[in-house]
Design a protein around this ligand. Sequence first.
Ligand SMILES: Cc1cc2nc3c(=O)[nH]c(=O)nc-3n(C[C@H](O)[C@H](O)[C@H](O)COP(=O)(O)OP(=O)(O)OC[C@H]3O[C@@H](n4cnc5c(N)ncnc54)[C@H](O)[C@@H]3O)c2cc1C
Length: 301
Amino acid sequence: MNVDVLIAGGGPAGLSAALILGRCHRTVLLCDDLRQRNRASHAIHGLLGSEGTRPAQFLQTAREEIGRYPTLTIRQTRVTDIGPAEEGFEFLCADGTTGTAAKVLLATGITDELPHIPEIAAFYGTSVHHCVYCDGYEYAGMPVATYGKGDRGADLAVMMKHWVSDVVACSDGSSVSGAALGRLRQHGIPLRAEPIRSLEGARGLLTKIKFASGPDLVRVGLFFATGCHQASDLSQRLGCRRGDKGGVITDPQSEETSVPGVYVAGDVSRDVLLVSVAIGEGAKAAVAINKALLRRKGLCE
Ligand SMILES: Cc1cc2nc3c(=O)[nH]c(=O)nc-3n(C[C@H](O)[C@H](O)[C@H](O)COP(=O)(O)OP(=O)(O)OC[C@H]3O[C@@H](n4cnc5c(N)ncnc54)[C@H](O)[C@@H]3O)c2cc1C
């Protein structure tokens, strides 16, 4: 299959880019293996015009919208390899699809590392969260805990004080620095440093945190600060430069990476990790890609 643009990843960033490129009559192959980062969540918050929409509903509507453009092809598969070719790139997908593309957009997202607490996945997205901008608002006036090894849980608890008054920091058996302890004291935030044994609750709704020693902690929400990593190694294979935090470095004007012809959009760059930003970056990359293709034909400066 020979296309103008290969898009790896069909979350908000990839779909947004596909929409703009479809409206530019570009031939596009969008490959997605359906592991969007917020798939455990029940509602997208902070997205103007779609506030509170279920992630699955959002994706279905977006796919229907881009389905109207005949030059776009969507495949449910993983892009496994991309390499340089004479006039661009050649690619290989897990379903056996091969082809060439003049430009490549990596919209492959990131994967969150969940804390190692038994059964946490059953609560994730309902009462266990990582992003205070996405889910903090709903917990105003409720008892919440933060989780993070070392200073991370403490620092998150201090920030969360802006959203909730009753917050307890948990460090799960790890020690917290004197400076972070000072910040907790300053803001009246208790610390539970004992290892966490389990979470209690039903239907995804947290009621208690149980520790290896000491009393249970009654909580309805838990926000964690652990880490995340790239969901795909394609940017690494292509040789795209990355920053200290592992995000792919891009030209802010065009979203193009250090490898000419390879663009990124959405969480891959690890800038602001929100759906609205992913949509914006997808659109920005699509415009830059179209301009680069116009330039090839002398249709644009
Ligand atoms: C639990 C949770 C709740 C969240 N809630 C909110 C919220 O309320 N509001 C908000 O603004 N943001 C929220 N976010 C953040 C939001 O999900 C991300 O910012 C957004 O999904 C980023 O979009 P993206 O397109 O960059 O990546 P993703 O949505 O992660 O999509 C990337 C896609 O690429 C696919 N992929 C990866 N590698 C390959 C490959 N090699 N080949 C083909 N496909 C590939 C993946 O399977 C995935 O489908 C939340 C995140 C989480 C984890």
